[in-house]
Design a protein. Structure first.
Length: 93
């Protein structure tokens, strides 16, 4: 039996099972946004390294899919770069 984590509901679509997050999103505290963005960027770097490693071990269409994931991660990293570049410098910390 398939179970979702707390705060998610089970949905079925065309024979596939998905867990949809039903939690309300909190508005982030502006004092912690920069640190959160830096953490997300670090997670994206780890995901990119993992995806590259996986792609190196694949051939054919499987490699193309893995490289597609790498490309999506790189796009997310570029977006994070632009957000981080727009953050004001906080001299009070």
């Amino acid at each position: 039996m398939f179970q979702c984590l707390e705060g998610s509901v089970l949905q079925r679509l065309e024979g596939n099972v998905f867990c949809l997050n039903t939690r309300r999103r909190r508005v982030p505290d502006p004092r912690h946004q920069e640190g959160t963005l830096v953490n997300v960027y670090s997670i994206l770097q780890s995901a990119a390294a993992t995806a590259y490693e996986h792609a190196d071990n694949q051939t054919g269409s499987n490699r193309k899919v893995a490289m597609g994931v790498v490309h999506l991660i790189e796009l997310a990293q570029l977006k994070m770069d632009s957000v981080l570049d727009e953050q004001p410098i906080n001299s009070s910390s």
